[in-house]
Design a protein around this ligand. Structure first.
Ligand code: PEP
Ligand code: MG
Length: 542
């Protein structure tokens, strides 16, 4: 038995076989083949199998993120029927007498370059699709016949160097017992997603990751960050008991969902959910959320292979608003950057992306994208109780610039006769020390504050939230961070606007009393954390 230590980023216990995802991608070998017909047949069988798999992914994705965001898998499927693409692969196999894998890879690269050179931006964006679909086809070709068709045929612990939110969305999460990654940390977005999905997760394994072997049984402790490889019977028995206790605890907490978040001394607080997809709303409601405190809208942009259109966004926002009825829904405008990238938008590489052109900065520089989102948001506003907030604000100028665009968009909609609500509150995220320090002035410009402790901690302590090697320095309870929070809350109170917290430390029950005492009005946490938060709040006597 071996023990490997990482960072527990999503609580829970899992016991099962490890599956190591091959994320290498392009290591395609060139081989000479004698039997060209046999190679054609291999290609055709793999092609049909890939289409079948894509179909399955499409159906899974439909359930998770809805129609608009899933159509990409149908497009991929159609590409595998494209006669030009297939003819070119076959020609390569025949003329150069090479293996199908190599022919697919070379043809994929060629088509991708052709797409990149086209004038139409939609067609340009298809270049990543060709590479994606070629890699998928190669993976199927490389699979030996006795191997299972998907790495998750049986429930498994999924191990990867790193996981992007877009990787996770493509998995059949019902078969994922746990996530384990070499990289990542508590506030990386894959970890946030794991908590939303209630999947135990250990990140930041570092060199310990090389100890993991495909197929080996492991115990994953998402609380302590420990992983036990080939556990002995005694340890297995101990962890089975823990796992079952955990499931029972979760079940018993469910009864808290219907309760109000009110302390024993009678102080109540709005307890909201953080979501990334319209599909997460059900979990938020089941766990008893008072509303949505943070809808990370950028996930809509990360799942497809081109920008979501105004209509697609409108549908997504409308779905969330309608499902939430008259409960408040705070949607954050596009917050791209750092670990949230979109493959179809080739933004210049930056030396320090977390300090670079991200979030509101991107939106103000690329106004067309921002306007499309604002149009969709405003049009959706008639379907529920919408609030909108801007991320990564550092100055009043940014707020004024964003609000000016909002006003222009409203005028545009009015002229076009498109309905929207005039009463949408606009707020900002306070997640930079600069915003906290000038929060008294900012409070006069906006309708509410939502404190993003994930970034506030990172920028205050100069500690990269993604860097597992300095995880011990990244401390949301550091007095400097708490001081900035208190300062922000005071500014909000003086200006008479609402203030909430939507970073991960909103769910830190060790800080709940502090937040309540300084006057925080709202906490927004992963849906799965709501019942335990309610329990903790109801036991508090301020
Ligand atoms: C935050 O920074 O605290 C936050 C909620 O935003 P994100 O984690 O998406 O950066
Ligand atoms: Mg943030």
């Amino acid at each position: 038995m071996k023990r490997v230590q990482g960072i527990g980023v999503s609580g829970g216990i899992a016991i099962g076989p490890l599956v190591l995802l091959n994320q290498g991608g392009t290591g395609v070998r060139k081989e000479t083949v004698e039997d060209v017909t046999a190679e054609f047949m291999r290609l055709d069988t793999a092609r049909k199998e890939t289409i079948r798999e894509l179909d399955e992914i499409y159906r899974r994705s439909l359930k998770l993120v809805g129609d608009e965001n899933s159509s990409i898998f149908q497009i991929h499927s159609m590409m595998l029927e494209d006669e030009d693409f297939l003819a070119e692969i076959r020609e390569k196999i025949e003329n150069e007498r090479v293996n199908a894998e190599y022919a697919v890879w070379e043809t994929g690269k060629l088509f991708s370059e052709r797409f990149a050179q086209m004038d139409d931006s939609y067609m340009q964006a298809r270049k990543t699709d060709v590479i994606d679909i070629s890699s998928r086809l190669i993976r199927v070709l490389e699979r030996k016949s006795e191997e299972s068709p998907a790495p998750f045929a049986a429930p498994s612990v999924v191990c990867a160097e790193d996981l992007m939110p877009s990787d996770t969305i493509q998995m059949d999460t019902a078969r994922v017992l746990a996530f384990v990654t070499r990289e990542g940390s508590m506030t990386s977005h894959a970890a946030i997603l794991a908590r939303t999905l209630q999947i135990p997760s250990v990140a930041g394994l570092g060199s310990g990751f090389s100890e993991l072997t495909d197929g080996v049984t492991a115990v994953v402790d998402g609380f302590s960050g420990e992983i036990f490889l080939e556990p002995d019977e005694a340890l297995l028995a101990e962890y089975r008991v823990k796992r079952d206790a955990c499931a029972r605890e979760r079940e018993s907490l469910r009864s808290m969902a219907g309760q109000k978040a009110v302390t024993r001394s009678g102080r109540s607080i709005e307890l909201n959910a953080n979501i990334g997809h319209p599909g997460d709303v059900d979990g938020a409601l089941e766990n008893g959320a008072d509303g949505i405190g943070l809808f990370r809208s950028e996930f809509l942009y990360m799942e497809g292979t081109s920008f979501p259109t105004e209509e697609q966004q409108l549908q997504a926002y409308k779905t969330v608003l309608e499902k939430m009825g008259n409960k408040r829904v705070i949607i954050r405008t596009l917050d791209l950057g750092a670990d949230k990238q979109i493959p179809y938008w080739n933004l210049p590489k930056e030396a320090n992306p977390a300090l670079g052109c991200r979030a509101i900065r991107i939106c103000l520089k690329h106004e067309k994208i921002f306007r499309t989102q604002l149009r969709a948001l405003l049009r959706a506003s008639i379907f529920g109780n919408l609030s909108v907030m801007f991320p990564m604000i550092i100055s009043i100028d940014e707020v004024r610039a964003a609000k000016k665009i909002v006003e222009q968009v409203k005028t545009e909609l009015r002229v076009q006769g498109l309905a929207y609500s005039e009463h949408v509150p606009f707020g900002i995220m306070v997640e930079t020390p600069a915003a906290a320090l000038v929060s008294d002035s900012l409070a006069k410009e906006v309708d509410f504050f939502s404190i993003g402790t994930n970034d506030l901690t990172q920028y205050t302590l100069a500690a990269d939230r993604m860097n597992s090697s300095i995880a011990e320095l990244y401390d949301p309870r550091h007095p400097a961070v708490l001081w900035l929070i208190e300062m922000t809350v005071r500014s909000a109170k003086q200006a008479g606007i609402e203030v909430g917290i939507c970073g991960e430390s909103a769910a830190d029950t060790g800080l709940t009393a502090f937040y309540l005492k300084i006057g925080v009005d709202e906490l927004s946490v992963a849906p799965s954390r709501i019942p335990e938060m309610k329990k903790a709040i109801r036991e508090l006597d301020l």
